[in-house]
Design a protein around this ligand. Structure first.
Ligand code: NOJ
Length: 668
């Protein structure tokens, strides 16, 4: 690792500039490739920043600062007391991910501000400019006149220069981000949550999001005027946005500026702005696929609570373990194994015990059986949003799982509010989720967080934080009154929610009949179900259907063999909301996998395989929609064929309406 640090105290220079340019002082910072320029300016004591790419404005002068309490602003009357610059060019390796090596190359600028009068408080603004975009955060240093404080409002703005179309979801209306993303001009939206993905008129993309949300409120955005988006922090029930104590830093506000979808998907700025791993030993962390009784519950075959249809029985678990062992699927998820599900578990989540199995779930017998078969059990801690009850049991819950040799847990927070009081994305929720990840790490437990706060790259620091929901996933195809996820949805989420982190979407349905809600169903072809394993990234991927639905299905072979940990990822083609073609290279072999999906429209695409190693031959096994396939009328027919290809080959993809193609490319 090479780190250069250069600190210049430029108080005198600043005074000179001040005299030369009236009440305006500016500092510029350029990306390593020189294409992105960030300008910081202090205009009449008020801090602003702006961003240009390739000489064109992207973000016009935008405000920075805070309201600490009503009438107590920390956004004007400043002078610059310190300016320092630094830069870093390093490469680090991910424990798991969409690529192994991550390049972290930036130029940094830190502006030290002090109020001219009154309490003379200090505020630092730290900028980092990468070739991919810009990140900035605020630091409240230790100082005589600011100790414990409350943030009433963050005044950060993103003054977009054009009213381009943005893919967004509302901030406070949907439950845990489980809504459909909509494309609308930036200026016409109510408060939306980040990530916000903007399609610019020149074919590029701007992603607005945040990184390293560890002790702060989630950032949402709303158009304060025209195309100027302003930060809106999810409040506590008290109305306060953030309780803080100096020294204190905010999360990073990030802007990814990409020329195409591949750059957008491969920007690693969010991960780079999180701290390196705090975990020395990550050898026990294993990305994997899993099956479970989950879909049976959503299909009404099983119940979480005890009763005649109880799903988590010793017998059912053994059958799933057998299925997993035969098919080399490493994990079996179990939900509804513990006391607390009976009655209205959503409103009485505080009845959950995380150490007391139901009597028909013989955990010792089950883990012994799983061990013998070489299968891992994935535990489940649904909290019903009762975080106090969960935190009171957290150590014992994880010690219990660890004592049984269980190394992963899916957590859940189904309820509109946490403890009937605080929002999931408030500082309260953020602190809770982090406590769960940190405690889980102590007990060597991997976490799959459902009903989470929007991810911000914490998996770099805590590689046991595997995946999250925070998306309208496959369960909506079981019971959503609107009929299920429309075919467009999976062509949107890789470039919106997916840019915030892995998604536990849980596809893999092979039987689209729905006995519980006959008007609701998976709105894809079967081939598209396969392609989703490549297009949507998660280090834990579920094969969600009932084992009997995979029986004698040659298509299941693709799910059995598709990896979940990658050396490299490329978006080869696509248009958000219309279609996506993604190729990923297996981390442990020279093999590549390709997934192509489309919305409700059929599509004919020609894809060059130039990403393959030159001079090498590959056997391509192609799982594609049959010529007459259609998600609505004829979803099941898949044609499987094998051909030999190399880096000079071009492959024709003929995607049915709501269809897809999945291809494995094995090096010969
Ligand atoms: C909602 C989760 O998303 C789902 O996966 C889980 O089965 C139920 N809650 C019960 O915890």
């Amino acid at each position: 690792m090479r780190k250069k640090f250069l600190k210049i105290n430029i108080l005198l220079i600043s005074v000179a500039l001040f005299m030369a340019c009236g009440n305006n002082q500016t500092e510029k910072l350029t990306s390593p490739d020189g294409k992105i320029v960030l300008t910081f300016s202090l205009s009449d004591g008020t801090p602003f920043y702006s961003v240009q790419k390739n000489g064109k404005d992207v973000i016009a002068a935008s405000k920075l600062g805070f309201m600490l309490n009503v009438g107590d602003s920390l956004c004007s009357g400043f002078k610059i007391i310190d300016v320092s610059v630094d830069s870093l060019n390093e490469t680090w390796q991910q424990a798991w991910g969409e690529e192994i090596e991550v390049k972290n190359h930036y130029n940094g600028l830190k502006i030290g501000l002090q109020e001219n009068s009154g309490k003379k408080r200090l505020l630092n603004i730290v900028f980092r400019v990468f070739d991919e975009g810009v990140g900035f955060c605020y630091e409240f240093p230790e100082q005589p006149n600011l100790h414990d404080f409350e943030i009433a409002d963050e005044l950060t703005e993103f003054a977009l220069v054009a009213d381009d179309s943005a893919w967004t979801i509302p901030a406070y209306k949907g439950e845990y981000y489980e809504v459909l993303w909509k494309k609308r001009p930036v200026s016409t939206r109510d408060t939306v949550t980040t990530p916000v993905t903007i399609e610019t008129s020149d074919g590029g993309y701007i992603l607005l999001h945040e990184a390293k949300l560890v002790d702060y409120a989630k950032m949402n955005l709303y158009p304060v005027s025209g195309t100027i988006l302003k930060a809106d922090l999810t409040p506590w029930s008290s109305g306060v946005k953030v309780y803080a104590k100096t020294p204190f830093s905010t999360p990073w506000r990030i802007l990814v500026l990409a020329d195409n979808l591949n750059q957008l998907a491969n920007a690693r700025l969010m991960l780079n702005l999180n701290d390196p791993s705090k975990m020395e030993d990550t050898s026990w962390i294993r990305p994997s696929k899993y099956v479970g009784i989950w879909w049976g519950m959503h299909m009404g075959k099983y119940t979480w609570a005890q009763g005649p249809k109880h799903g988590a029985t010793t017998q059912n678990m053994k059958e799933y373990i057998d299925f997993a062992a035969v098919n080399k699927i490493p994990g079996v998820l179990v939900e509804g194994w513990n006391y607390g599900w009976d009655g209205d578990w959503v409103t009485h989540g505080d009845k959950f015990s995380f150490t007391k199995p139901y009597p028909d779930f013989d955990i010792d017998e089950i883990v012994k059986y799983a061990n013998e078969k070489g299968v891992d059990i994935i535990g489940h801690n649904e909290t019903g949003g009762a975080t106090i009850n969960y935190e009171n049991q957290l150590d014992s819950a994880f010690a219990f799982l660890q004592s049984k040799g269980i190394h992963s847990v899916k957590t859940g927070y189904v309820n509109a509010l946490l403890d009937k009081k605080e929002r999931h994305s408030s500082q309260y929720g953020v602190r809770h989720y982090r406590k769960v990840i940190e405690t889980a790490a102590k007990y060597k437990i991997m976490v799959d967080n459902h009903e989470p706060v929007m991810p911000t790259g914490l998996q770099r620091t805590y590689p046991n934080f595997m995946t999250q929901e925070g998306v309208r996933g496959q369960e909506y195809d079981a019971w959503s009154q609107d009929g299920g996820n429309p075919p467009e949805h999976t062509c949107v989420v890789p470039f919106t929610r997916g840019l915030a982190g892995p998604m536990d979407f849980t596809f893999g349905t092979f039987n689209f009949n729905n006995p519980v809600f006959p008007k609701t169903r998976v709105q894809t072809t079967l081939a598209k179900q396969l392609a989703l394993y490549v297009v949507i990234y998660s280090p834990l991927q579920m094969a969600s259907d009932l084992p009997e639905n995979y029986k004698d299905k040659p298509e299941f072979e693709f799910i059995r063999m598709v990896p979940v940990d990658w050396a490299k990822t490329l978006v080869l083609d696509g248009k958000i909301g219309d279609y996506v073609v993604t190729a990923r290279k297996d981390k442990y072999s020279g093999d590549w996998y390709l997934g192509a999906i489309t919305d409700e429209n059929s599509r004919l695409l020609n894809i060059r395989l130039s990403f393959l190693k030159p001079g090498k031959r590959y056997r391509a096994k192609i799982y594609k929609d049959a010529p007459d396939a259609h998600w609505k009328t004829n979803p099941y027919p898949v044609v499987i064929e094998e051909v030999e290809v190399d880096a000079n080959s071009e492959i024709e993809l003929n995607l049915a309406p709501g269809g897809g193609t999945a291809i494995s490319l094995k090096e010969l």
